[in-house]
Design a protein around this ligand. Structure first.
Ligand code: AMP
Length: 307
């Protein structure tokens, strides 16, 4: 089944307790596409960059099977830039700077040959832009997953509430779930958010794993305990890419298969944080992926009898 990924392709500058980078390749769609590439040989990308974006980065996306026909390159404009600094615990970060640049006027155009979409991943972007992509599709995809963040809840809540009516799966972190619902309990928050439109909700809790809800079931997957976390940037997007990549590769959107997809997403995210930026996601071997999935199986499996 095919996959369309929409989101930012960016320059990031990162600082963690382990070091600092200058402008490197980043962006939500970049991480999503790289992660999904371990499940699907091909995916389609809709995004925008400026003419300061190097061809070598585009080549790298193409090498991982991402079709960049839907990547607009704006002459004389600058690529979206984000810089962030992590605290010692690596769970919290400050955004140092966000330069929207090309994003300020981004009008997503879905190329004709992309339009028959099976799986749609709407990565973190302005909610009205996410909606404009949905509006261009002649038929509803089999599954629509939307990722968003507190920034859009603060400034564009009405637009976000409108797009939530059209999505199947919403992925947000625990703080954002609390903000969106006004509830501290994540169980109560999930109930309220599911009433806003999505059929499924994934609440990401960083090193504490992820929760998957529908109206009457809940599933929890831990994050793999890692000795060293180098840079958490992109972990959420990498999770989403593994989640939707696995679902698209199997074509099965049952709740049980979504549970497996959450484990695949978590396994991918556990690789992402091991090096700076996208570095770790560029050429994982099949053996590495398989052994990481096995580690997850060992982590969560336990047999016990009920008395
Ligand atoms: P994550 O660590 O999964 O939250 O994602 C980090 C990525 O999101 C970085 O590569 C940034 O380029 C990108 N990003 C940061 N802020 C925004 C924003 N406001 N809208 C879209 N993408 C963003």
């Amino acid at each position: 089944m095919n996959l369309l990924v929409v989101g930012t392709v960016a320059f990031d500058a990162l600082e963690t307790p382990f070091g600092k980078t200058d402008k490197i390749l980043g962006g939500a769609a970049t991480y999503i596409g790289l992660s999904a590439s371990y499940y699907l040989k091909k995916s389609n990308l809709v995004s925008v960059v400026g003419d300061d974006f190097p061809q070598e980065h585009i080549d790298l996306l193409n090498k991982r099977g991402m079709n960049t026909e839907g990547l607009q390159i704006k002459k004389g404009e600058k690529t979206f830039f984000w810089s962030g600094k992590y605290h010692t615990d690596m769970n919290t970060r400050d955004t140092i700077e966000t330069q929207l640049n090309v994003l300020e006027t981004f009008d997503p155009i879905v190329p004709e040959n992309y339009k028959d979409v099976d799986f749609l991943m709407l990565g973190n972007l302005m909610p009205s832009v996410q909606q404009r992509v949905l509006d261009q599709l002649p038929k509803r995809p089999k599954l629509v997953v939307l990722d968003t963040m507190n920034f859009w809840m603060d400034h564009f809540l009405d637009d976000l509430m409108d797009s939530l009516k059209n999505v199947d799966v919403l992925t947000i972190n625990d703080e954002e779930a609390r903000q969106l619902s006004g509830e501290y309990s994540l169980v109560k928050a999930a109930k309220k958010i599911l009433a806003m439109g999505p059929k499924y909700l994934i609440i990401k809790k960083g090193e504490h794993g992820a929760l998957l809800f529908n109206n009457n079931e809940v599933f929890f997957a831990p994050a793999l305990p890692l000795e060293d976390v180098f840079d958490p940037t992109g972990a959420g997007d990498t999770f989403a890419g593994g989640f939707i990549g696995y679902l698209a590769s199997t074509g099965n959107i049952s709740f049980d298969n979504m549970k497996r997809a959450v484990i695949h997403g978590s396994a991918m995210a556990s690789f992402c944080v091991e090096k700076f930026g996208t570095e770790r996601m560029l050429d994982l071997s099949d053996a590495e992926v398989q052994s990481r999935l096995q580690a997850f199986k060992d982590l969560v499996q336990v047999e016990f009898d009920l008395a």
